[in-house]
Design a protein around this ligand. Structure first.
Ligand SMILES: *Cc1c(COP(=O)(O)O)cnc(C)c1O
Length: 396
């Protein structure tokens, strides 16, 4: 029986390769950081991690995890509601809610699970989910699992959102959902305008702060800090896998009745293992750290400003960004791949993105700035871009 299926898979995989879409994984042999080594003992500066605050190799977080390993063991071997809840899990949930100015929080194994489990327990056939067209795959999948009617609006297009809100006006409840930062462009969702439209049309708002938490807003509290909406937005989801240490883990935070219902009915929470104690402990240490000092957030903001200004001055076409994502537009798919590969030869590790990850003819290199980068790192990156840009005729 497997033979036919094997042939089928072999052909499909060849198709992926022929289309130039096959993903190869580069192997890192050091901790995740600004400066890393990849297999072959090659040193590169990393500009493509979600390590926005540079905490992925933080001594403070590693120490907190080690201490928890000794004090609370390795794993929980249980879902939360049976016997998978330690004091650490409750403490981390409280820290998350405090950080965002919300009422309560619930942990998941990943933000993919938080988004997968947020819609179905809350909404049904009589309700409407109104979703930004560029929302993350996990939101799209979560919406698919829910029976609510689906409406979609063009990316950050408030005229279109208003149209969809009008189309959904006869539904019982309306929930607008959006990424806080869109990961391919780096633009921030206009959550202020979304919230105003939600008020006008009696809708609720959910923001996925995965790329904005730790990054956007003066103290990194995300889009609700940027727009003075802390505690207003009904639902926030986020990850511990990006700015917040980069290990693993996700959460939903917001109105307390919503969180209470998720604990009763959210399937990825009810039927999946509790996060390990060391992850909860390092999460707690992480919030304590970024609460105590704004140093990392300040550094990230000044690094991003510096980098974007230098790239623009060098003549590159940069998408307008309000985050730590800097999309260097090259438009041509092959050019984006050649450019990225030549940058790696210069010791700069970045990824080129092209269709279908971004629209056709919109190929780009996405640079992600980190608080862990030094000015020397940033200069080295800009210089390498400039060198290759001249070589490949991108800069005139
Ligand atoms: C990365 C990301 C996720 C997934 O987070 P994990 O915790 O890695 O599962 C979800 N939503 C958005 C917008 C993301 O960028």
């Amino acid at each position: 029986m497997y033979n036919n299926f094997q042939d089928y898979l072999t052909q499909e995989i060849q198709g992926i390769k022929d289309a130039g879409l096959y993903k190869n994984e580069r192997i890192i042999t050091t901790p995740q950081s600004a400066a890393i080594k990849v297999q072959g003992d090659i040193e590169v500066l990393n500009f493509c991690a979600n390590n926005y605050l540079g905490l992925a190799d933080s001594k403070v977080l590693v120490e907190a995890a080690k201490k928890a390993l000794d004090a609370r063991g390795y794993g929980m071997s249980s879902v939360r509601f049976i016997c998978g809840t330690q004091d650490l899990h409750k403490e981390l949930e409280a820290k998350i809610a405090r950080f965002f100015g919300t009422e309560d929080a619930i942990l998941y194994a990943a933000c993919f699970d938080a988004n997968g489990g947020v819609f179905e327990p809350l909404l049904s056939e009589q309700d409407a989910i109104i979703s930004d067209a560029l929302n993350h795959a996990s939101i799209i999948d979560g919406v698919r699992l829910c029976k609510a009617q689906r409406f979609r609006y063009a990316n950050a297009d408030m005229e279109d959102l208003e149209k969809q809100l009008i189309a959904a006006k006869d539904c019982r409840f309306r929930l607008i959902c959006t990424d806080g930062v869109f990961s391919m462009d780096g633009n921030v969702a206009p959550v202020d305008k979304i919230y105003a439209l939600a008020q006008k049309y009696n809708a609720m708002v959910m923001v996925d702060e995965s790329h904005s938490a730790g990054v956007v807003g003066r103290t990194g509290r995300g889009t609700t800090e940027l727009y003075n909406l802390a505690g207003q937005v009904e639902i926030i989801t986020g990850t511990l896998g990006k700015a917040f240490g980069g290990a693993v883990g996700g959460f939903t935070t917001g109105k307390k009745e919503i969180i209470e219902m998720l604990r009763q009915r959210s399937r990825p929470y009810l039927f999946s293992n509790s996060i390990p104690p060391m992850i909860a402990a390092s999460g707690i240490a992480m919030f304590d750290l970024i609460d105590k000092t704004n140093e990392l957030q300040d550094k990230l903001h000044s690094n991003t400003e510096y980098f974007v200004a230098k790239m623009k001055a060098a003549g590159f076409d940069i998408k307008p960004t309000q985050s730590a994502i800097c999309a260097v537009m090259l438009y041509d798919a092959k050019l984006s791949q050649d450019f990225a590969s030549k940058l790696q030869d210069e010791g700069i590790y970045v990824t080129g993105f092209y269709y279908p990850v971004v629209p056709k003819g919109q190929a780009r290199i996405r640079v992600q700035v980190s608080a862990a980068h030094t000015v020397e790192h940033l200069d080295k990156c800009v210089n390498a871009f400039t060198k290759i840009g001249n070589q490949l005729g991108v800069l005139k």
